[in-house]
Design a protein around this ligand. Structure first.
Ligand SMILES: [Zn+2]
Length: 125
């Protein structure tokens, strides 16, 4: 299957090795992409594991898993990479009422012991 992150590669060549823990994401963008794919699959465990340990108490695996499940994730667009640890993106999805939605966010990431983590995001118009 094509990777849900819209890289044009297959899932096996793209985000799967990150989801299974075979490889660590080399860049913040790769982590962002793999997290989008993890919503599409969905893989709540991966979403929790890749959230910064200091921020995990703000999230629940169940909510992440459900958010992935109830929406249909159609497209990811990387808008900008203003610095090494920031990625601006648009995530396109269809919600449970069949409405097309766009989630536009500037996310901040952090590298801890050679692994990238999601810290937080600012929602944009
Ligand atoms: Zn991918």
């Amino acid at each position: 299957m094509n990777c849900p992150c819209c890289s044009g590669k297959t899932y096996e060549e793209c985000c799967q090795p990150y989801h299974t823990g075979k490889k660590n994401t080399p860049t913040a963008e790769a982590l962002m992409r793999s997290r989008f794919s993890a919503f599409a699959i969905p893989n709540g465990d991966y979403l929790m594991q890749t959230t910064s340990p200091s921020k995990r108490q703000n999230h629940s695996k169940k909510d992440l898993q459900e958010w992935g499940e109830i929406n249909e994730w159609t497209k990811l667009e990387i808008v900008d990479k203003p610095s090494m640890n920031k990625v601006e993106f648009k995530a396109f999805y269809t919600d449970q009422d069949g409405q097309k939605q766009v989630h536009h966010e500037l996310s901040t990431f952090k590298m801890i012991q050679n692994r990238w983590f999601y810290v937080s995001g600012v929602f944009l118009e």
